[in-house]
Design a protein around this ligand. Structure first.
Ligand SMILES: Nc1ncnc2c1ncn2[C@@H]1O[C@H](COP(=O)(O)OP(=O)(O)O)[C@@H](O)[C@H]1O
Ligand SMILES: [Mg+2]
Length: 381
């Protein structure tokens, strides 16, 4: 028997191996979560509903598809919820790596929704199709029988409108969903326009996903070493000069100039860029009507982003705060590096106002993004 064959498969074994190797601290709450993931892992060994390529004709598709309530039982997914830095994404990634599912996909939920909207509109262009949801679900279910979503969150009415029918169609195709989130299903899209119409989606999620609250004591993102000065306070002339030096260093003699990114037919102006590094004033990034697609484009197109003059945000700056949260999510997810001058340290940027609790996660991420460990990670495009 080779060495490899002796290694026990599964999430629990992967977690224990990392704890034994000193890569992770033993954490009882995480161990409980890992056990739940282990159960699902075992149920999903070799999971492959509808393994054959879907036949192309509409008639064949009609024959194949079963109404939602006739679908045979398939395992419930898992919705891992907890505060920031508790290891939700880490655990889901262990599960995803270990999952012996031939077609699986792990994606940040923002990115998934972006892609879903794009495909939805592409399908809609075909005049022969009057409802894009079934073909869209066919497409997604064809790619993955297991979907792992990081940072499940619904802020946008456009997302809220499409989610219910899309997920119903995905579950009907026996797709299993695992998600991490900072928000309990019951609190998703709370206080937003059209919440009533969103409630059936919450019921559906709770029916198809077991909710697991990760109650770890510790925020593992805190307390990292800060080797590089990636966050300069305050944003005065000395702050400017510090960011100038970072820019000069990272652009390695290339001449910075303005650039235009094309995002789904729209143009986004990047004021200054060179050598994979972009530089923006905070206002040009978060005071104008940019959205997740724009931030995603920046995070994937550039390996490093410099922001000048991040102000303290008051309750009146909710829109800026919300955009900033979205921006940092995109940067973090793609391991895009951030250097900034700011009026305050991350924890003090947005203390009161709508979404201030969501901002805690952003502050925690900003801390981690200044760490040597983060700064050494490869950029994910
Ligand atoms: N038990 C642990 N011991 C050491 N580091 C951990 C542990 N759990 C998580 N981490 C690390 O802490 C950071 C935050 O974890 P993460 O999974 O991103 O949290 P969450 O998704 O809950 O916000 C990551 O770098 C992760 O690898
Ligand atoms: Mg996470």
């Amino acid at each position: 028997m080779s060495k490899l064959e002796k290694i026990e498969p599964g999430v629990m074994a992967a977690y224990r191996t990392r704890v034994a190797a000193g890569l992770l601290k033993h954490d009882p709450a995480q161990a409980v979560a890992a056990e739940h993931l282990q159960d699902l892992w075992a149920k999903l060994r070799g999971y492959d509903p509808n393994p054959k390529q879907p036949p192309n004709g509409w008639f064949a598709r009609m024959l194949r598809r079963k109404p939602v309530d006739e679908v045979q039982d398939h395992p419930n997914g898992l919705y891992i919820v907890g505060e920031v830095g508790r290891g939700k994404s880490m655990l889901m990634d262990l599960f995803f790596e270990a999952a012996e599912v031939p077609r699986k996909k792990r994606i940040h939920f923002h990115d998934f929704m972006q892609q879903a909207h794009r495909r939805f509109h592409e399908i809609k262009r075909n005049p022969a199709i009057d409802d894009p949801i079934p073909p869209l679900a066919d497409l997604i279910a064809g790619e993955a029988a297991l979907l792992c979503f990081d940072e499940f969150q619904v802020h946008d009415i456009v997302d809220a409108m499409i989610l219910g029918r899309l997920f119903e169609a995905l579950f009907a195709r026996q797709v299993v969903v695992v998600a991490t989130s900072n928000t309990l299903p019951d609190n998703l899209y709370e206080g937003k326009p059209g919440r009533d119409a969103f409630l059936p989606f919450i019921d559906l999620l709770k029916k198809r996903l077991d909710v697991l609250v990760l109650e770890s004591e510790q925020d593992y993102r805190r307390g990292r070493e800060h080797g590089l000065k990636a966050w300069v306070v305050p944003a005065d002339s000395r702050g400017d000069a510090a960011i100038d030096r970072v820019f000069e260093h990272l652009t390695e003699g290339h001449t910075p100039k303005s650039e235009t990114l094309l995002i789904q037919g729209r143009k986004l102006n990047v004021p200054l860029a060179a050598n994979g590094v972009a530089r923006f004033d905070f206002e040009a990034l978060c005071k104008v009507a940019l959205g997740p697609g724009d931030y995603l484009a920046i995070a994937t197109h550039f390996h490093t982003l410099l922001i000048d003059g991040i102000p303290r945000l008051s309750p009146d700056n909710f829109d800026e705060a919300r955009r900033f949260v979205t921006l940092i999510d995109a940067l973090y997810e793609h391991r895009c590096k951030l250097y900034a001058s700011a009026a305050a340290y991350p924890d003090d940027l947005y203390r009161a106002g709508e979404g201030a609790s969501i901002f805690e996660r952003t502050a925690s991420r900003l801390e981690e993004m200044q760490s040597e460990t983060y700064l050494a990670l490869p950029h994910l495009t």
